[in-house]
Design a protein around this ligand. Sequence first.
Ligand code: PHE
Length: 507
Amino acid sequence: MNSSEVIDSLSHNEKKLLLTLKQMNGIVTPTDITKNGIFSSETEVMGAASWLNIKKLVDIDENQSIFYTLADRSVAKNGLPERRAIEAIGMAGGTMNIIDLSAALPNGEDQIAVGFLKKKGFINIEKKDSKKILTLTDAGYKALHEKTRDEIFIDKLSLHPVPATDVDKSVVLSLKNRHKIIRENVKIERIIKLTSKGREVLGSGIELGEEVVQITDNIIQSGKWRNTEFKKYDVHTFAPSFYPSKKHLLSRLGAEIRELYTSMGFTEIDGEFVEPAFWDLDVLYVPQDHPARELQDTFYLSNPKKFDLSDYEKLVDTVKNIHENGGETGSTGWGGKWSREMAEQAMLRTHTTVNTISYISRHPEAPAKVFSLSRIFRRESIDATHLPEFTQIEGIVIDENSNFDMLVSLVKEFYAKMGFDKVRIRPAYFPYTEPSLELEIFFNGKWMELGGAGIFRPEVVSPFGVKYPVLAWGFGFERLAMLRWGITDIRDLYISDIDVIRKSPTL
Ligand code: PHE
């Protein structure tokens, strides 16, 4: 192509950019010329520049620079967990029972802090009569009055973003590996430079004509389109990210699950967060010495501490008999003495199976198809796959024809509709179902347990006069969300990080 052919091929914006370059000695940044008002946006500049680049009239230099910001400003305000821990131990006179530390640093932060302090040699941990005692070392005392390199960096970040060149790599690395402290940002700076071919073309004279951006029916009907110059588009050109509003991942998944179950003829139910152990455990034939009853697994309440069970005295009596000797179910029961006091204890529900059984007590008749999608509570320490509050997908089917095969198909169908057809079903044990199954999906290199299912035992359903097998299941909701979006840390689903939502695919 000779110069005049090249000029013919140029769009309005390309010509405008070339003329601007000529004025500015052959070198510009998109930011500068947008500021000057010559172009209305950097996107427009880069659109023209990439075309000119293809035509070899300009070069585009891209300079990437990395800088850091705080991912969560509360770190700057409250300090790192290890700082709060070391101060708490210092205030306590240099030694402290590890239990007291968890009161000062809740939500599992005490564990993180102790890990760090130990690693840095700031504390010793000693076991004394089943207590764990933390003691500051000399280095620990020194650290009490001295900021660590991590902290100095965080202080800086609280004032302004810090370029990667201004910080030691090891400091970045140690904070980057921790959950949500710092964020790495990439800034791209572009410079547009005239090539010699560009100069040559400019030398032969460029005139800024008229350019049509939008096709109208007039242009088509009049035949004018044949000799009109249209603005060209390059879909690969630089463009700023645009984030349409999206619902939170969990809201989206929740809506999908509700839609799926309702389309299969299920009705949604829910109940209260606080229940007596009686409904959460005893009615479900969970023995009173079951580990799930222990303090370390269940949140018991101090207010209200107890529930009055006298509204269903008859049921209490039946359940007591079933636990002690099987009652009229033909089972031998768990034996021993059933404690009404234990059953009266108020607790945060540990599964939505409590909704299900309470529904059955009111509607024992077949056919029935109900589900719930709601919050449950277990005393788990927080890590990448566990939270003390999470959500269960639960359901039952009572039908004249219900049987175990039907349960397996229901479970598999649910996951297939959610997009997972490789589920593993294994025999399992729950005190309230027989047979029971457990299902797992392969995720992130290992099998991840997603929930359980089974047929309610006669010890559970006979007090309510249910005539047909009750197929029941309870699945993990957050884990399903993790699988769906490839999220490896369950906490990412609950922290307010708009990036997690932005970056999630819309479909
Ligand atoms: N309740 C069980 C759990 O929380 C799940 C389950 C529900 C198992 C219903 C069998 C039947 O893990």
